[in-house]
Design a protein around this ligand. Structure first.
Ligand code: DGL
Length: 283
């Protein structure tokens, strides 16, 4: 077994790879273990109990791989199951909701934020609560069709463009009715960064897009430092940026087609994915 810090990352599918992509340069000597529960996605249309059961199973699988730290790279699981996950594993657990809200608070001038997320995340109002703690009002808009379209690889497809246009139009109408003036769009689902080019073309130019992948990776780094889990030489190398971020430090596990995971996952990760293992963690 290597001596590198072992970090687990999971999502219902490919979305969490946008977080892993940011983690690779942030923690250059860690070894990453990633689970994409592709056989059971989308999580965003399921009940709290089901999401919690799936998320806990993935977390426990990762702990069995020897991870020492867990990143829930899924807004839906972070919003609905973080307590269950924390109760089920003995390693530190970091979710994506709080970091997203904190980074929105750092940039929003109007103090109104539009959050695009899955249905389950919106129903939980986890973002509204996290944003309120930072003095922000959040208009939460469920976009249930986006994850299946993204998982299909349709990130530039005209159907996806039209679906997105309709969701944004509805959201901006709701904002007007609520007398809100959102200046920031928070991508409250780790799949959505793949739609950034489409979003930039569809949103009013005055609105800023914020995805929590980069801020989550920064939070992980800070938290690891605070817990003294980063050896000194890791910190030095991080700042020297001596190593190119490489997926060769990653072990990938998917619960459905390996071929599809490698093909689509490389888009999310920004590089080829070699070692992908099919896993079965129950139905
Ligand atoms: N990527 C996940 C999220 O951040 C969920 C996608 C899904 O399975 O619905 O919410």
């Amino acid at each position: 077994m290597s001596a590198a810090l072992r970090i687990g990352v999971f999502d219902s599918g490919f979305g969490g790879l946008t977080v892993l992509r940011e983690l690779l340069p942030q923690v250059p000597q860690a070894e990453f273990f990633y689970v994409g529960d592709t056989a059971r996605l989308p999580y965003g249309s399921k009940s709290r109990a089901t999401i919690a059961r799936y998320a806990v199973e993935s977390a426990q699988f990762l702990v069995a791989q020897g991870i020492e730290y867990l990143v829930i790279a899924c807004n839906t699981a972070s919003a609905l199951a973080i307590e269950e996950i924390r109760a089920a594993v003995r390693v530190p657990v970091l979710g994506v909701i709080e970091t997203g809200a904190a980074s929105a608070a750092a940039i929003s001038r109007s103090r109104d934020v539009l959050v695009l997320a899955t249905d389950a995340t919106v129903q939980s109002h986890a973002y509204a609560q996290a944003c309120a703690q930072h003095g922000l009002r959040a208009l939460e808009k469920a976009c249930p069709l986006l994850v299946p379209l993204i998982e299909e690889g349709w990130t530039e497809h005209p159907v996806t463009a039209e679906v997105l246009r309709i969701y944004l139009h509805e959201a901006l109408e709701q904002a007007q009715a609520a007398q809100m003036q959102p200046d920031t769009v928070l991508l409250g689902c780790t799949h959505y960064p793949l739609l950034r080019p489409l979003l930039e073309r569809t949103l009013p130019v005055s609105m800023r897009i914020l995805d929590s992948a980069a801020t989550t990776a920064e939070s992980v780094h800070r938290d690891l430092q605070a817990r003294s889990m980063l050896p000194a030489q890791v910190i030095t190398r991080l700042h020297a940026a001596a190593e190119a971020p490489s997926a060769s430090r990653c072990h990938f596990y998917a619960t459905d087609s390996i071929e599809k995971f490698q093909r689509l996952g490389s888009r999310f990760l920004g590089q080829a994915m070699h070692s992908v293992t099919l896993m079965d963690i129950g139905g």
